[in-house]
Design a protein around this ligand. Structure first.
Ligand code: G3P
Ligand code: MG
Length: 378
């Protein structure tokens, strides 16, 4: 049993609990730290209480992001206690006995500034990464309104891996999977290119499958001709930024693709994989990262390792009931570790509203969340 002084300072013992902190709307608004955030993380760091950052954000490699966040929040963060929206995609490089490895496949990656997400995918180990900008530069007429962005694209594109010759499909660019790593910057071009690929023959750019709309086939023939798998990393329809009202997130882009897909197919199912909070796959991945980090932190790195007690409880501190709170509530009690959801008022959720997913407690901000949790564990 641990005991904490009024300021929540731990006196002894190995904590059987830990924290998972959302970033946008809890620790930061855009790039500005929220008051109390540095103090909250500092209190846990000083008391050797494990925590991870678990965000639906992304767009940069984890190593770059933790360097930035360590400076902003005044605590040493590493990749070992940091999970962002696309981090779990690393698992698709190696694959497993049930998941196909995409390491050598040709994938389209969109989202983030310029081709930063391409570089992240390559650092994960994906070998053939194409962006919608590469396709636009190779085929300027693929989207008729992009001349105004040509300076932007000139700086961040590469020649396609092979010449795309529409007259010779065997020589054309074939995309095996489409990944939305982060919020697309050019929704129009990305929607057009992704829709083209979803309607194509075998993922070959510039073709159209004859199976599309064939009522004698499953899903009326849509996505029945080897079209690329579609992955989204973050379902957030809205998120908290430095603007006073929540902004459209990657979930908004997904909804737009759903809209053009429905209009094109008459409402056929759009097969896709979506990760990110509130999806259990992301919580499962985060808990695995947290357990590993906690074992290193509490059990030591050297030869002599201390036995680490089981992680019994994770306090998930978030600002978005549809994402952070729902995810923790639904992942809770599906296995041995309890996830307790704590909702703060510094992000998407606004004072006075009724959260669509009920947290264990609603507090002002992340510092109050940490103090409440320490009292719970006290
Ligand atoms: O794009 C980031 C946004 O969707 C929310 O991120 O940190 O609140 O999970 P976060
Ligand atoms: Mg948030």
């Amino acid at each position: 049993q641990r005991s904490f002084s009024s300021s929540g300072i731990a006196r002894s013992g190995m904590p059987s609990f830990a924290f998972a902190f959302d970033i946008d709307g809890v620790l930061l608004r855009s790039s500005t730290p929220i008051p109390g955030a540095a103090e909250a993380l500092g209190l846990l760091h000083k008391n050797n209480i494990p925590f991870i950052l678990l965000t639906n954000g992304g767009g940069k490699h984890e190593s770059a992001r933790v360097t930035e966040l360590s400076k902003k929040l005044g605590v040493p963060l590493t990749e070992e206690n940091f999970v962002q929206s696309h981090t779990p995609f690393k698992q698709l490089v190696e694959g497993s006995d049930t998941v196909e490895s995409l390491q050598d496949k040709t994938i389209l990656v969109t989202g983030g500034d310029g081709d930063k997400c391409r570089k992240v995918a390559e650092m994960y180990g994906f070998k053939n990464v194409v962006t919608p900008g590469d396709i636009l530069m190779a085929y300027p007429t693929i989207w008729p309104f992009n001349q105004i962005f040509s300076d932007y694209y000139h700086k961040s594109t590469r020649p396609l891996p092979r010449d795309v010759d529409h007259d010779n499909p065997a020589e054309s660019l074939k995309i095996d999977a489409v990944f939305v790593f982060n919020d697309p910057r050019d929704w129009a071009l990305d929607l057009q290119v992704i829709l083209d690929l979803l309607l194509s023959k075998q993922g070959i750019l510039g073709t159209y499958s004859e199976k599309n709309g064939d009522a004698s086939l499953p899903n009326n023939g849509w996505q029945q001709d080897g079209q690329p798998k579609l992955f989204f990393s973050n379902p957030d329809l809205f998120w908290a930024t430095s603007y006073h009202m929540p902004r459209l997130g990657q979930g908004g882009f997904q909804a737009s693709l759903q809209g053009v897909w429905d209009a094109t197919t008459g409402g056929a199912t759009l097969e896709r994989t979506v990760i990110g909070k509130p999806h259990p796959a992301t919580y499962k991945y985060a808990e695995r990262v947290l357990n590993k980090h906690r074992a290193q932190m509490l059990g030591g790195h050297g030869e002599v390792k201390k036995k680490v007690n089981r992680l019994e409880r994770v306090f998930m501190v978030g600002d978005n009931p549809e994402s952070d709170i729902r995810g923790a509530n639904e992942y809770n009690s599906t296995h041995g570790t309890e996830w307790t959801s704590v909702l703060v008022k510094t992000g998407v959720f606004r004072e006075g509203a009724q959260p669509a997913y009920k947290p264990k407690v609603i507090v002002e901000d992340v510092l109050e969340a940490v103090k409440w949790a320490l009292k719970e564990e006290g």
